[in-house]
Design a protein around this ligand. Structure first.
Ligand code: COA
Length: 325
């Protein structure tokens, strides 16, 4: 049986730390509101680096930690909601920056589920094809699409990038994955980057572009609390594995209350969920690989550990991956 296995992790976040107190100087808010509602205490905000720059640094970190060079990479996927531009893809820009000349490169757009989508797609491609090493990155500069006048959203998000090197393997690695989408809910509850059609043949109806994140927080909260347990149970059922065998769950890092409510639904102690959103806020597609890299570098992951990664977000989308470390 052919598997793919995560052989290394990497990450990068801008060194500009913005605390809740810092935000209270920009919008009417305070540390008490933000930390009690979300668990977030600080986030990193880019001082000019774009998504590709963050992604390239996280990617190189993962490649170095694997003992490989960029020329060893056959497939390069970047999951992002905040590409540098429409084209070239952020993945192609990263390819150029790091010199991964042998790879083919493309982006995946699945908002905060993006890294799970990218990892699952890479796994499926590699098991069916000739690729040996893939670099899978989640990277965001959400500070570019946050409305800094809207206290309801600007306090939630941050910038960062995380990456893994995935290698074809005879040893068990990724065991099962689940991906899902529900487009019927997407445009009413979580949007950003709306560019309205404009050309010389259309009369100006005064509709403006809207690049900002618009969100129905309560709707997304409900969605997430239902989807995390569902996606965890489904991915484990596919692998005929019970929750007891799982050492750690890496959820998308959006809100501590969402994680706590999901843990309760799954009847699991909170400690089974790895959380670092207090330091980074919601970094969308970057949040799961950022957390995974932190846990890995802190020596929390041992060979053979069974882990679940689970994401949810705009689209609406969700997904989970069950793997053996
Ligand atoms: N500081 C102070 N007050 C704030 C605030 C802030 N940063 N943001 C909103 N408020 C106010 C609101 O204006 C509202 O005031 P009002 O009652 O006078 O109208 C009040 O706080 C309560 O807002 P509400 O929206 O009911 O809060 P909530 O308990 O639902 O928490 C979220 C809001 C956004 C934290 C929560 O809904 C959430 O986390 N949702 C999920 C969002 C998410 O994770 N999105 C990304 C998914 S990938």
């Amino acid at each position: 049986m052919v598997y793919t296995k995560i052989i290394s992790t990497g990450s990068y976040a801008p060194n500009n730390i913005v605390t809740n107190d810092d935000l209270s100087k920009i919008v009417e808010t305070d540390d008490q509101w933000i930390s009690s509602r979300t668990g977030i205490r600080e986030r990193r905000i880019s001082l000019g680096e774009n998504t590709s720059a963050l992604a390239a640094k996280a990617g190189l970190d993962a490649i170095n930690n694997a003992g490989l060079t960029p020329m060893d990479i056959d497939l390069l996927i970047v999951a992002t909601t905040t590409p540098d531009m429409f084209t070239p893809s952020t993945a192609c820009i990263v390819q150029d920056i790091i010199g991964a000349k042998k790879a083919y490169a493309f982006d995946v757009s699945a908002a905060c589920s993006g890294f799970i989508y990218a990892l699952s797609v890479a796994d499926k491609i590699m098991r069916a094809g000739e690729e040996v090493n893939a670099l899978v990155i989640g990277a965001e500069t959400l500070s570019r699409i946050v409305n800094w006048n809207d206290r309801g959203t600007c306090v939630l998000f941050g910038d960062g990038a995380g990456a893994v090197v995935l290698k074809k393997s005879e040893e068990k690695g990724i065991i099962s994955s689940v991906l899902g989408s529900d487009g019927t809910l997407g445009r009413s509850s979580l949007t950003s980057g709306e560019f309205v059609p404009k050309n010389p043949y259309i009369e100006n109806d005064n509709k403006e572009d809207d690049i900002y994140i618009n969100m129905d927080g309560k709707e997304i909260f409900r969605f997430a609390v239902n989807k995390i347990p569902q996606a965890v149970n489904e991915v484990l059922a596919k692998a005929e594995t019970s929750l007891d065998e799982v050492k750690l769950i890496f959820p998308h890092q959006a809100n501590l209350r969402i994680v706590d409510a999901a843990a309760k639904k799954l009847d699991l102690p909170k400690e089974k969920f790895y959380v670092n959103l207090n330091k980074y806020g919601n970094t969308s597609a970057a949040s799961i690989p950022l957390a995974l890299d932190e846990a890995n570098k802190n020596g929390l992951l041992q060979q053979g550990d069974k882990l679940v990664l689970v994401g949810f977000g705009g689209g609406l989308t969700w997904g989970s991956v069950f793997l053996q470390w």
